[in-house]
Structures are given as structure tokens and as C-alpha cells.
Ligand binder design. Sequence first.
Ligand SMILES: NC(=O)c1ccc[n+]([C@@H]2O[C@H](COP(=O)([O-])OP(=O)(O)OC[C@H]3O[C@@H](n4cnc5c(N)ncnc54)[C@H](O)[C@@H]3O)[C@@H](O)[C@H]2O)c1
Ligand SMILES: [Zn+2]
Length: 351
Amino acid sequence: MENQIHITYGITAFEDLHIELTEKQYSSVFILVDSNTKSFCLDRFFKYCPIKVNAVLNMAAGEENKNLKTCEKLWHDLSEHGADRNSVLINLGGGVVTDLGGFVACTFKRGIDFYNIPTTLLAMVDASVGGKTGIDLGPLKNQIGIIREPENVIVDAAWLNTLPYEELRSGFAEMLKHGLIANPSYWDSLKSLTQLTPQRVENFIKPSIEEKTKVVLVDPHEKGLRKILNFGHTLGHAIESYYLTHTKKPRLLHGEAIAIGMILEAYLATHCSGLAKILAEEIKKTFVTFFPKVIISTTDQNGILELLRHDKKNKAGRINFVLLKAIGVPHIDVEVPQALFSKAFEFYHST
Ligand SMILES: NC(=O)c1ccc[n+]([C@@H]2O[C@H](COP(=O)([O-])OP(=O)(O)OC[C@H]3O[C@@H](n4cnc5c(N)ncnc54)[C@H](O)[C@@H]3O)[C@@H](O)[C@H]2O)c1
Ligand SMILES: [Zn+2]
């Protein structure tokens, strides 16, 4: 059922997964990894879930591979290994693997079961939960996709021990977002963390997932409430796409881009949804403590705004934002005068 979300936690969840997979008597079992999760995660997965798989499917790591070409390769791989409608795909990786693997599973023979085992913080607290699967179309993020929940999501913080610091921080941006849109006391505890380590964030993972699932259960198809999860993402996605296609510019991870997006949108909120200026300052201060500022030139700002006009969430050419009225109080469908955008970038760059 699409409006049920199954999540299990910790190392014992792998034992349960093993039992569940065996009981379901899938005709064949496949596991998808990218080049990093193949090296860092696959052996540990088999250690705790010693299931017999028909094939390990591989994809190259990185957002630039979250595209149709990779899907096509994987559909062929499944086909060549005799996958049928009763096969199952286990996605072991970050958000790229869970988004793309979920989409491959949802479309192969009109849909086979899939499980997500998120191995990045971002995939744990966000990408692997909530049923959105999909791929990018050229520079445009997540343009093609399907909403369907995995059979189960197995969350185990131990994967984070091999994750690069920047990736940990990227996921932390989504956790901060969950505090900002839904839970002021959660925001307060996260903002007082002085150091980001797997051990320090571990206990905050479950509450973050719970904030997201609460929203998704009410509105799985993003007709209303679910839009709040897009706070920081309207501008954040445009920034992410822009930096992805301008290869001479520094690479920005998803969380790094939406961290900037949240600062910019906090500024917009002070003009368009009544957020107190002091709270916009608090949001900026918190994000820049963890995410060093990126200088975004006027040319880059224009390029970003051009991409913004292609956001799939636009309706009839209108760009709608999710803004905040206060910490924990989101406001959806706010139209923003375009003249404010350059001021928002000024706010971001100012000390
Ligand atoms: N479906 C959704 O609702 C949703 C929500 C948020 C983000 N997303 C998507 O998620 C993607 C970003 O996810 P991500 O940040 O996890 O990126 P990612 O999948 O690219 O993972 C980041 C990097 O970490 C590596 N990695 C993964 N696990 C590791 C581990 N345990 N140890 C060492 N290295 C490891 C990966 O190979 C990759 O190089 C984006 O495509 C974004 O659009 C989807
Ligand atoms: Zn996000």
C-alpha cells in the first residue's frame, strides 16, 4: 500500500530483512551498489544479511549518473539475469542509488518490489523515505520519476563511519530543514551541535525520519502539506543544477546547495511570510557555521534564476515557494516578487 511506510532500525534489522526476503520467496534477488558502496558497504551487508543474490548490479557513483542511460543499463542487467515480476531489488547506497534503483524497480516489468538500505546520512533522513524515486533529465533534477514506497527501509547509522565529512554535512542540512519546518526544539538541539561526527548525529536520525514520515503519510502525492519538505529546495535545486552543469565551478553537494537555498529563502520569508529578521539571521548563522559561504557572482545568480523558471513545481509560469512564518511554522504556495532575488543573494553574502 502506497501510504504505508516501513522502516526498521539498527543492526538487528538486517536479520529481520533476511527472514523477510526468505519468507517472501522472491524468484530472484538483486542488489544495486555504486562504486563506493560496493567497496565500503557490500561485504558488511552480506555479513549481516547473508542472502543469496542472483547478481550484484553496479552503477558508477555520482549524481551525473542518475540518468536514463544508467537505468537502461540496469534494465538490461536485470533482463539478462532472468529477473521477472516476482524479483526484488535491494538498493544499497546513498540517495542516487535509492532514487535511481527505486525508479528502475518501479518501471521494470511495470514494477517489482524494492528495499532501500541508505548508506549516507542524506539518504537515511530523506531520500530513501517517502516514496519519491526518479532520475535527472539533463541538468534538470528529478524530472522523471514515480512515487512508490519501498517494501522496507533499513536504517543503520554504522554506515556513516566510512562516509566523507562533506557527505555527512550534506545530510545534516536536511535534518536542519526538518527542524525548521516542523520542530523548533529539534532545530535548537541540532543548531547547538558544535561538531558533526557519525556518533553525534546518530541519535538525531530517527526523529528526523519521523518528521518526514508524518508529512508524507498525510500527503504522499504532494498536493499540499508535503510541499513543506521543499523549503530551501526551490532555489537550492536551481543552485545544485547550475553548479552540476558548470564543471569549472566548485562542485556543490545536494545538502550544500539547499543550505544556501534555505538561507536565501529565509530572507524571502522576512518579506513574504512574516519571518522575523532575527530568525532569518539565526538561520544564516547556523548554516554558515557548518557550510562555508560560496561566492555566487551576478552572472551565476542569473544562470540560477534561469533554471529556477524550469522548476517542475512551477504552475502556469508562477514560481511558488515554501517559506517560514516562524521556526517550525511553514507557509506553502507563496509567490515571491522577482526583484527580491538579488537582495536575497546580498543577504547571503553579507556577514
Ligand atoms: N527521493 C527523495 O525524496 C530525495 C530526497 C532528497 C534527496 N534526494 C536525492 O538524493 C541524492 C543525493 O543523495 P546522497 O547525498 O546520498 O548522494 P550519493 O548517493 O551520491 O552519495 C554520496 C556519495 O557517498 C558515497 N557513499 C554512499 N554511502 C557511502 C558510505 N557508507 N561510505 C562511503 N561512501 C559512501 C556515494 O558513492 C557517493 O559518492 C540526490 O540525487 C537527490 O536528488 C532524493
Ligand atoms: Zn533535499
